[in-house]
Design a protein around this ligand. Sequence first.
Ligand code: CO
Length: 370
Amino acid sequence: MYNMDYEKNLENLKTVMANSYDGALITPGSNLFYLTGLNPQNVLERLFLAIVYPQKEPILIIPELFEDEIERSSVNFEEVYVWDDTEDPHEFLSKALKDFEKNHGNLLIEDSMSADVLMKIKEQIGDFSWDPLSLETSRFRKIKSEDEIDYMSKAAEIADKTYERLLEENLIGKTEIEVAARIDYLLKKLGASGSSFETIVASGPNSANPHHFPTKRCLQEGDMVILDFGARYKSYCSDISRTIALGYPPEGAKEVYELVQRALTEAKEILRVDLEAKEVDKKARDIIEEGGYGDNFIHRVGHGIGLDAHEEPYLTGQNEEKIKKGMTFTIEPGIYLKGHFGVRIEDDIWVKDKKSVSLTKSSREMICIK
Ligand code: CO
């Protein structure tokens, strides 16, 4: 069972809503889970909607197939409309929205809600202005509780173990797709509910593409291989990248690797309470620029992580937001040499106190597999 304090999270949202919003309309996803504990999978086109009000308990519209899901929630609902496949769920929607009060004229809408549901809602309630729900929830979600850190540590540990196990295997001659499937299998076998995003295995010249999708290319001697994957544990994510050399590293790879490694280590070193987020990006970027590869580091240095693999706050060169205790980030500098190879190393970092702590613990040293 989960020990998370969904009621408290919901109360926090209701409190900030009281001054500006008449309601929050929430379809399944990480916000719904954070606020209620409800986490239905594969709802697809079926209408599953929670309506949260500032002054009263929320209402839930739920497909009969997912009725058991309610037991996962410790939240009290004012009303629960259960509909089966012979009924039109939009009748329930109009019932639920009938007495919708307009005080502020503003609503919060789940960011990932489908346009289809949103247009039905608009039909029923007329002109309200909308803000994305994450505008309010991200403020709370950025700061992780002890329970959340426990789950994230476990997700990181599963990713570390998966990497350790993978290194024991013979990778040469396997396709990127096969290695990615092996990683996904190991993540689940070692305790994850699944991977936290599509696993990346990028070998040889493909490693110069930061978001390469695994192909049928066989891993071979002389390749640098980027492995980028994460575990999901009790809905929380980890996200790790390691770059390994097969056989012998290509020319210049060791120098590039050491630069990326130093950028990660020093960026992690300065990541602390009250620092502006952009300073972390700057630290890594300065090191890579001084090493002569500034033009080959083509993405931000990191992102927040939690219920979503990518979430606020982002470690970009522009973000002036101050880092707070309890935040969690990835730091993932990379250098990409088109046509040759790429190197990325990534850890998950928790701002524990004054100092930050790495949740992923795999060695960052360059590993050469013979
Ligand atoms: Co990442």
